[in-house]
Ligand binder design. Structure first.
Ligand code: AMP
Length: 570
């Protein structure tokens, strides 16, 4: 492995990166920097975020800037305002000792006139989101005719976000004779098309293999009933007391529902989605970066600009719609040489998607059992003991209170004292998981819950699902697969998510994604099978709906009033 000073960087840049603690180049830097210092050829860099690609393209760009030429010489396009600001901040550090070099960032959600003013003062390098720079171009407020290097950073993300037309229009405005650098985590079709159209014989480098998730990420899969997803999520977070991660959901509504439920149950969580204003987004991201929030429930779009290096976990509450998106999600952990875990929670019907993702990332998932209540309690107990062991005791500050404290506790034996202190913090976990059911599917694909724990008529469905009653049951030789087939055939759709299925002797209940409830009711109207009328209707909610014993345990706990002033659970 070479050192930075061996790859041709100027002393001003070497001094700046030394101050940042960069000693040896990362893989992408080792491959890209000498190439970019020596040639004007186009380059495609296939690399995840977190691999050091900003310096890989940034350092050669800075080295080549002619300070005396006052018009923009380099344009860096990236998908989000947050990434823009990140690149701006990195560049400012890199060019600390290259006096007079001006880097300006332009992005949406902020006053455009102030940005135009900044550009007018002279920018050697512009970092921009496509939408905002195109707006400035259309207003004729920028001259891109001297651009020598154009960077498309996170090109796949820009396309996923619908910037294709803006990109085409911007690229048309830049001179033909320029160097184009394209960085992307995946070489999806649209990216390949851009490369074909706008690049000339690009040299291709890969840091890690194409389309592969970060090396040091473990991929773990938990398979549960669709309706148990949320309970499984809580257990996954409870078995990881030091978790610091993003929980990805598919819709804004889902992020809000999940975050609200977690917050209500005293988890240290918050939501990041497109419904937030810019200042709310900034505030949530700031608190997450500072680790005052440990779990961020986010949509893919909202999480795009969030760059955090030390996430321990990424949790896919739902699998992404596009398989490729999984690479982006999981690549948010295991960065900067650290290890990370990417978790997916699936139902039985999603197993085939896992196979496709495995192919895509060229790695296998480990299928794990959802932690049991006992396992969680043990883990939490020992985590508490560890924290107690290592807590810093401020002898001086505590000394004035100790006589009184000692006197108050004098009747306790050492053993009882330990039990009381541990119980103070730990009781809520014991009660919470008291008699908690097993959430796993066994090998036959049935949940291992006891009958008592299975939901009968009218129990409330999982959030986002509607529960139906149908007048066919075991006596009609119907099984779960038969119900799934019937739903798919009648609705003419094969992607409807089906939750719990409960087959009784003469009738059955099942749950489906609430978005398809009306379609299904319509589709079953007047249905006859072998001359028999088939009735489908929404199940009536039982008045005193009992949830699973897990929740009941918690309710009991509440009734005793011990949970009233529950602390944040992490
Ligand atoms: P990037 O992929 O450019 O967002 O970089 C990810 C993180 O790695 C950032 O915090 C960089 O400051 C850091 N970094 C980049 N290159 C190096 C290097 N050669 N040595 C140490 N840290 C680096």
């Amino acid at each position: 492995m070479s050192l930075f000073k061996e790859i041709g960087l100027s002393s001003a840049i070497l001094k700046a990166i030394e101050e940042l603690g960069f000693e040896t180049p990362t893989e992408i830097q080792e491959k890209a920097i000498p190439f970019l210092l020596e040639t004007n050829n186009d380059l495609i860099g296939l690399a995840q975020t977190g691999t050091g690609k900003t310096a890989a393209f940034g350092l050669p760009i800075i080295q080549h800037i002619d300070i005396e030429t006052k018009s923009p010489q380099s344009l860096i396009l990236c998908p989000t305002r947050e990434l823009c600001l990140q690149i701006l901040s990195d560049f400012k550090h890199f060019c600390k000792y290259k006096k007079g070099l001006n880097v300006v960032a332009v992005y949406g959600g902020t006053d455009i006139y102030a940005q135009i003013k900044q550009l007018n003062r002279g920018a050697h390098i512009i970092v921009a989101t496509p939408g905002r720079i195109y707006d400035i171009i259309r207003r004729n407020k920028i001259n891109l005719s001297n651009i020598r290097t154009l960077v498309l950073d996170e090109a796949d993300e820009m396309l996923n976000m619908g910037f294709k037309e803006d990109l085409d229009a911007i690229l048309e405005q830049t001179p033909r004779e320029k160097q184009t650098l394209l960085f992307s985590a995946t070489m999806q079709k649209g990216v390949a098309q851009i490369a074909k159209r706008y690049m000339q014989e690009p040299f291709e480098i890969t840091a890690g293999e194409k389309n592969i998730g970060a090396e040091n990420v473990d991929h773990i899969c938990y398979m549960v009933h669709a309706r148990d997803r949320y309970l499984a999520l809580k257990r996954i977070t409870d078995i990881n007391p030091d978790i610091y991660g993003i929980i990805f959901c598919r819709t804004r509504k889902e992020t809000k529902d999940i975050a609200d439920s977690l917050i209500k149950e005293n988890y240290n969580a918050d939501v990041l989605n497109g419904d937030l204003s810019q200042s709310q987004r900034d505030s949530v991201m700031k608190r997450f970066r500072e680790k005052s929030i440990h779990l961020l429930v986010a949509t893919d779009v909202a999480a795009r600009g969030l760059d955090v290096d030390d996430l321990t976990h990424v949790i896919n509450y739902n699998l992404p719609n596009e398989d490729e998106m999984y690479t982006h999600r999981s690549g948010r952990t295991g960065r900067a040489g650290k290890s990370g875990t990417s978790i997916v929670i699936i139902n039985m019907r999603e197993k085939s998607k896992i196979k496709r993702i495995e192919k895509n990332i060229n790695k296998k998932f480990t299928f794990c059992q959802v932690p049991t209540g006992d396992e969680i309690c043990k883990k939490q107990l020992f985590s508490l003991i560890d924290r107690m062991e290592t807590v810093e005791v401020n002898q001086e500050q505590i000394a004035p209170f100790m006589d009184e404290v000692n006197e108050k506790l004098s009747h306790f034996s050492k053993e009882d004292l330990i039990k009381h202190f541990v119980s103070l913090e730990f009781n809520h976990f014991l009660s919470y998981y008291n008699d908690a059911p097993n959430l796993d599917f066994d090998h036959q694909g049935k949940s291992q819950k006891t009958e008592k724990q299975n939901r009968g008529k009218g129990s409330s469905p999982e959030s986002g699902f509607k529960r139906f009653f149908i007048n066919v049951g075991r006596k009609d030789k119907i099984n779960a697969l038969g119900i799934i087939k019937m739903v798919n055939n009648q609705a003419g759709e094969h992607n409807i998510e089906i939750g719990a299925i409960d087959i009784k002797p003469c009738f059955s209940f099942f749950e489906i994604d609430e978005n398809y409830a009306n379609t299904l009711l319509e589709a079953f109207k007047g249905l006859k099978i072998k001359g028999r009328n088939i009735f489908l209707e929404l199940a009536k909610a039982e008045k005193n709906t009992s949830k699973d014993s897990y929740s009941r345990g918690k309710k009991r706990f509440n009734k005793k009033g011990k949970n009233k002033k529950q602390k944040k659970r992490r």
